[in-house]
Design a protein. Structure first.
Length: 120
């Protein structure tokens, strides 16, 4: 479902699990959501850094470190099939208060207290 369709349908809130090719257009997606005053929770903090409202998802920095460890093991001779399957261990909750104010959303103090990062 595209964000344009969501805006046309006039929802109260949206969740956006966007990545891959769509991720290259995150600034446009965020701008459209903010312009439409649509509160969106994203799955990647890059969207919040680009002006999105909030994110709850896997820490990309933690995933990058884990991937680098796997690559290091393979380059040192480990067989990829012998490496253990690892689940993400670290998640992050980021809130952009500037965007919240811009779209007219109040974030309760108890929710702010749970955030790993708050952009003011």
């Amino acid at each position: 479902m595209s964000i344009v369709f969501l805006v046309d349908e006039n929802p109260n809130v949206a969740s956006a699990g966007l990545g891959g090719v769509v991720g290259a257009h995150r600034t446009t997606i965020v701008e459209l959501a903010v312009k439409s005053r649509l509160p969106v929770i994203y799955t990647n903090s890059l969207y919040v850094d680009a002006g999105g409202l909030m994110t709850y998802g896997v820490s990309t920095a933690d995933l990058d470190r884990s991937a680098a460890t796997c690559v290091d093991r393979i380059l040192k001779g480990a067989k990829p099939a012998d490496l253990p399957v690892e689940q993400p261990m670290k998640f992050e909750f980021v809130i952009n208060l500037k965007t919240a104010k811009q779209i007219g959303v109040t974030i309760p103090p108890n929710v702010l207290a749970r955030a790993d990062k708050v952009i003011r």
